[in-house]
Design a protein around this ligand. Sequence first.
Ligand SMILES: [Zn+2]
Length: 426
Amino acid sequence: MPDISPGRGIVSTIWLKVNNRMTAVKPQNKHINHFRPVTHRAEWVVVDQNTILQNGYVVVQAGLITETGKGKKFSTDSVVDHGNGVILPGLVNAHTHLELCALKNRVKPENGFQAWVQKLLAERASLKPETIQRESALGIEQLLSSGCIAAGDISTMGITKDLFIHSPLLGIWFQECLGNDSDASPACRKGPRQSISLAGHAPHTTSPELLRRLKAITSKGDLPFSIHLAESQEEAVFIANGEGEWADFLVERGIEFSSWGVGNSRTPVQHADQIGLLDSNTIAVHVIQSNEKDFKILQEKGSSVCLCLRSNHLLHGELPDVPSMLKNRIHLCLGTDSLASVDTLSIFDEMAFAANCFPEISPADILAMATQNGAKALGLDGLAGTLAPGATGSFLYLELSAGNEKQLMESIIHSAAQQTIQRIAA
Ligand SMILES: [Zn+2]
């Protein structure tokens, strides 16, 4: 007889949101034979944003999903009936900076973006490495407890690399480079679940020569390349005119930019395209200061755009034109940016914010950004962001009730951050 028992044996940790803090309340995972097939059943199973199964199940064996379906599927050895809620893919935070977790609430966004960045760097320099590491480790816990199974972590200091690699997170740890250092040649490593790749900071902080070099290294390794792009007006003015506050800032610091190819009336996206940075393995982060021509370029090149909407709202009081991006069929994913500019690293919170800012965007499109699209951007296509066979056996169960598919999707997007998030790790 199959073993059918509610919620028994497979759940690694249940995280409860109590007084706005995530608390691990019930580690289980006893007596698990990871090679034995296990069927997870729930009233709803969201395989991906377009495939919703009522009375659905997911079969996991040896850490991977082997089958999904609906109706009774109790022929395997063990069955876990999770209840009337929903099983869905773990979320993907495609852009965060764990090394800035220690700066939460330490830098107020006043006197403009440039002043904020300068204060941020000064504050970071005042912190002990052990403080940065401790808070970064808590940041990883926060990612996991808020339902994230994969992330893109950007690091200039290199301080979070080991933490990331030894965490259960899938995804990419990006070494970020900036400035004029054309000799920099950092190493990459591609792995099936975690990779090490490179990020250029931004086109107004990093020479085209260095950006080209970084992009060439990641292309050779068939790895994603990340860059902050078109985030601020200061950046857009500098790239278009070669002058303005940012040009003054570089001159003050003796940073030579005469060979950077700025001042040709291009937008940041056009500048990035001009120097060969945009292709289907590039993640352009933010993309606020952009126009229709830029959207066409991004679509043609197949680049991903990572939206960090809560951070954009706080730091710039502006948001990217997400509806136009969707109309142009740009590949959109979600990131939180760092705790220096958002309250949480939760992609559930990011989805709810996106839905509130852009009510015309469907829950299915928003869920795709938080799952499948993020997975694709990080080179995890098929492994994360879906519950189809071949995907990781690590996914989520949410306690919520829904009468139909529409209610279900609305509930996931708008209120899931308030629900109990149960990570299921095979
Ligand atoms: Zn960032």
